[in-house]
Write a protein that binds this ligand. Structure first.
Ligand code: OOB
Length: 532
């Protein structure tokens, strides 16, 4: 038996409802409500269109009609792999009106990830752009469909090339809002940064995810004059709900979708749309800083610059604070739930050197040693958390769930210090993950693929410090025979296996033998010592 969704225990759920965290609203009713309040205001802007709330509400209900005609209904999973374009948002709400569940994938995912996610979720449809960065997503989608029997429909934004055109889904009449989902149902599946062999999915309910977005909007003091620039990929939890798209729609603001994170293009949008808030990761930060010093664009509308996803070095944070007019907000979040932010009025050094505090009073945090005992205040330990918007179990991952949680608390795998003020400082990681400037992947996933190379007997992937990326990845390889693979050989191999290009190897180090633990796994502590 596999579990799709591990519910919160009833006593916790009752507490979250009573305290107003969970408001009993579905995402479909949410859009109906905000449209009632802000109908003629601009909800969404991209390079091609501007949609009012009413346009978004109407279009999403018409696309829901088209999807329904294809047989998509309540509980069905739909893989979404779209760039930052209005169609993502129209589709997302269309699925919400039907009670169907979008699966947020990464634009860079290739057949290894997509086939896995399609099989895991038994997805009925897959929505892609036609061609992006010279890559034909229609061919990828055909390949995935040929391998996954549940996948009935491929829908293409742009030239459909034999598949279904997204624009043909626009039914003549919008479907009514019908409550096909309940507020406690799963509204979306988010992708985990990963620590194990195959990517994991995170079920987020309407109650929990709308709570997440609302609390994040409050932490950024958003009002209806908010104009949010979505720079990072829109399917990412940071961009979608922290506060991102949903937080901004919740207050009647405007979301501007940037097609790519290039700072000169983004600053043009920022100036034109008078953007008040945006979010980037540490990888982009030096590029944005350089461009901010060189640009003629007027950036004075920007009030909040959120940076999160990976460790932001203190010096870089100070430079950001000195260069951008608005307030820097450090954001330590995770698709699994817990969201921490620095406060807009906090002392500059607190903003530069901490990753903030949890956004909900009901967020429970423990910092523990290897034995699960709480460490003294200020000491480093692993962060455990539970709360009104943090998952209690991954989707269809019972075995993993048995160790990923303890006593209802999610083991984040992050090593933190908690200051007396409650601020958290992220100092490292216990989990087997590589975080290249905010793009994360599970080391064991890539190791599995490396070990399938004919010249590789054993592989272990470790993070090593990097000045801009924060981390780069080093593969320790024990060759299978006399010939040793080069880095290029391995990258070609990973691409041929259908792995996203961001899951990469920056350096190869050859070993004669893999140091191993008593249980026969690669001894990563010993390998880490070789890196310093
Ligand atoms: C965000 O979400 P994910 O799921 O891609 O990654 C979560 C992991 C955290 O467990 C931590 O290891 C790392 O990314 N992380 C940070 C960080 N923010 C995330 N490490 C150090 N400093 C930070 N500020 O990355 C995410 C989700 C929502 C909002 C912001 C980021």
């Amino acid at each position: 038996m596999t579990t799709d969704f591990v519910p919160w225990p009833e006593e916790d759920a009752a507490r979250y409802r009573a305290a107003g965290y969970w408001r009993g609203e579905t995402s479909s009713r949410f859009l109906e409500r905000v449209t009632g309040l802000s109908g003629e205001r601009t909800a969404l802007v991209d390079d091609r269109v501007r949609l009012t709330y009413r346009d978004l509400f109407e279009q999403s209900r018409r696309v829901a009609g088209g999807l329904r005609a294809l047989g998509v209904g309540a509980g069905d999973k739909v893989l979404v792999q779209l760039p930052n374009r209005a169609e993502f948002v129209v589709l997302w709400f269309a699925l919400q009106h039907l009670g169907a569940v979008p699966v947020h994938t990464q634009p860079g995912h290739r057949h290894a990830e997509m086939i896995h996610l399609a099989r895991l979720t038994e997805a009925v449809a897959y929505v892609v752009p036609d061609v992006r960065s010279r890559f034909d997503h229609r061919e990828l989608a055909s390949l995935v469909r040929a391998n996954v029997p549940s996948l009935r429909h491929v829908i293409v934004v742009g030239d459909p090339g034999g598949h279904i055109a997204f624009e043909d889904l626009l039914a003549p009449a919008p479907v009514p809002v019908e409550d096909l989902a309940r507020p406690g149902d799963v509204a979306l599946l988010l992708l985990s940064g990963g620590t194990t062999g195959a990517p994991k999915l995170i079920p987020r309910t309407h109650d929990d995810y709308l709570c997440n977005a609302r609390l994040a909007a409050e932490a950024c003091r958003l009002g209806d004059d908010a104009v949010y620039l979505a720079v990072l990929t829109i399917g990412f939890n940071f961009t979608f709900g922290c506060p991102g798209l949903l937080g901004v729609l919740g207050v009647g603001g405007t979301v501007v979708l940037a097609d790519n994170p290039d700072p000169s293009y983004c600053f043009g949008l920022l100036e034109r749309e008078r953007v008040t808030i945006t979010a980037i990761n540490p990888l982009l930060t030096p590029l944005w800083l350089d461009e901010a010093l060189a640009t003629d664009a007027d950036l004075s509308s920007l009030r909040v610059l959120q940076i999160g996803g990976a460790r932001l070095p203190g010096d870089l944070a100070r430079q950001v604070a000195a260069t951008f007019g608005g307030t820097l907000q450090q954001v330590f979040g995770m698709a699994e739930g817990l969201l921490c932010t620095t406060g807009l009025d906090e002392a500059p050094e607190v903003i530069a050197t901490t990753q903030g505090r949890p956004v909900a009073e009901a967020d429970e945090v423990r910092v523990v040693d290897e034995h699960g005992a709480e460490v003294p205040g200020g000491a480093v330990g692993e962060l455990l958390t539970k709360g009104p918007y943090t998952l209690r179990g991954y989707y269809r991952a019972d075995e993993h769930n048995a160790t990923a949680f303890t006593d209802g608390f999610y083991r984040t795998g992050d090593l933190v210090r908690r200051l007396p003020s409650g601020h958290l400082v992220v100092v490292g990681r216990r989990k087997e993950q590589i975080n290249r400037g905010g793009e994360k992947f599970a080391a064991p996933e890539v190791e599995g693929h490396l070990e399938a190379h004919p010249l590789v007997r054993a592989a272990a992937l470790l993070p090593a410090p990097h000045p801009y990326l924060g981390e780069r990845s080093v593969a320790f390889i024990v060759p299978a025979g006399t010939g040793a693979p080069t880095r290029e050989d391995l990258l070609t191999h990973l691409a041929a296996r259908g792995l996203a290009a961001y899951k990469t190897v920056d350096e190869v180090r050859l070993l004669e033998e893999m140091p191993s633990t008593p249980v026969g796994k690669a001894d990563k502590k010993a390998l880490a010592r070789l890196l310093v």
